[in-house]
Design a protein around this ligand. Structure first.
Ligand SMILES: Cc1ncc(COP(=O)(O)O)c(C=O)c1O
Length: 371
């Protein structure tokens, strides 16, 4: 691996600009869209709670592990998502297992239809749920419907449809409006992993359902505090009376909660986001600007306000060549082979609300020279 890249990964904060060996680099990667993970108020809230309460409650939530900060965070999240209650849990990754396990125990579904590029957490939870799992083509609601019809032909089934809201690599938005219609038609339920959607999509930043103006009565969704909100831990906002049952499930109740400073940071990050709508406006503006400039380079891109762009490379060699050239020019971009990236990997650009127009212009100018 490029040594500068290695130094960045192992020793640097994921901020829009960073110093490596005395030189300033611009970083366009990861998911710290508002840099709330290094916001002073977020950091101070983490430090103060650490000093007051120690690192963790050192006990699972069912015994002495619960904490007022968790209750406050769940209440704030419920107000933000406009739902009755929310369940905070040890990681965004665990949200899928928690929900799918719960729904399985309740016999709420008996076959799973999952987008082929859905996140690892949904794929894994499906696999271990011991139900039949059928993958449908990425974002393809026609394929989903055909597969439901084909599979349900001779049986009466309750399908569970699983998808991400925004997909991590290309930033594609799942057609949740279509899945919602299909779910109504075939008596299905939908689980949406909105880890990348919350804090990004919708007028208030509530995520993919707000983007499509769909209420969440028949759709389960989850998110994470570790991306837009600069904190840590998973969140399942819930609009009916099952939140207590989920809170009492073994995955939530049988584990020590997220460390105290991270809970406090998550709460502060969410509050800052809620009280400063200009953050999201700036991110949307940067995303649209970046994407319009990328499309001028002849790269196919949907110009919208999702702050992620990626495109395939002919080979891994080409990917490394471009990435190294960008590093020589003091730009750090991610080459990714995360789920959905394909065999050769992709070059992935993420823009933050904190990037300046000049930084984006410089990225485009440098890309133009190498592509
Ligand atoms: C779509 C998606 N779901 C879930 C997760 C897991 O969330 P966390 O990192 O908070 O555990 C990630 C990545 O981190 C993700 O990209």
């Amino acid at each position: 691996m490029n040594t500068i890249l290695e130094k960045f990964i192992l020793n640097n904060s994921r901020s829009s600009t960073t110093i490596i060996d005395g030189n300033e680099y611009i970083y366009f990667g990861g998911t710290s869209y508002y840099e709330l993970h290094r916001n002073d108020e977020v950091i101070n809230s983490a430090i103060n709670s650490l000093k007051k309460f120690g690192l963790s409650t050192s006990s699972s939530r069912s015994s002495f592990g619960n904490h007022q900060l968790i209750i406050d965070l769940e209440k704030e999240a419920s107000d933000f998502f406009e739902v009755q209650d929310s369940v905070y849990l040890s990681s965004g990754f665990l949200s899928a297992s928690t929900l799918i396990y719960y729904l399985n125990e309740k016999n709420s579904f008996d076959v799973i239809f999952i987008d082929e590029h859905s996140h690892y957490s949904g794929q894994l939870a499906s696999k271990i749920s011991s139900n039949k799992v059928i993958k449908f083509n990425h974002l393809d609601y026609n394929d989903l419907e055909e597969k439901i019809v084909e599979y349900s032909d001779s049986q009466k089934l309750k399908p569970l449809i699983i998808t991400d809201g925004i997909f991590p690599i290309y930033g594609n938005i799942a057609p949740i409006d279509k899945y919602h219609d299909i779910a109504k038609k075939y008596n299905a339920i939908v689980y949406l992993d909105d880890s990348h959607g919350i804090g990004i999509l919708g007028e208030k930043g509530k995520g993919t359902l707000e983007h499509f103006k769909i209420d969440n009565q028949n759709i389960f969704f989850s998110g994470t505090f570790s991306k837009a909100f600069g904190g840590y831990g998973g969140i399942i906002p819930i609009n009916n009376n099952i939140s207590n049952e989920i809170k009492n499930s073994s995955i939530v109740n049988g584990a020590t909660p997220v460390p105290i400073p991270a809970i406090s940071a998550s709460l502060k990050g969410l509050q800052i986001f809620m009280n400063n709508p200009e953050l999201k406006n700036k991110l949307w503006e940067n995303a649209k600007y970046l994407k319009s400039k990328i499309s001028e380079l002849g790269i196919e891109v949907k110009i919208n306000h999702v702050p992620i762009v990626a495109w395939n490379m002919k080979s891994k060699k080409e990917l490394t060549k471009i990435q190294d050239y960008l590093i020589e020019n003091k730009i750090i971009l991610q080459s990714s082979n995360y789920i959905g990236a394909g065999e050769n990997g992709v070059l992935r650009i993420v823009v933050f609300s904190t990037h300046t127009k000049e930084q984006i212009d410089y990225l485009i100018y440098t890309l133009k020279k190498i592509i």
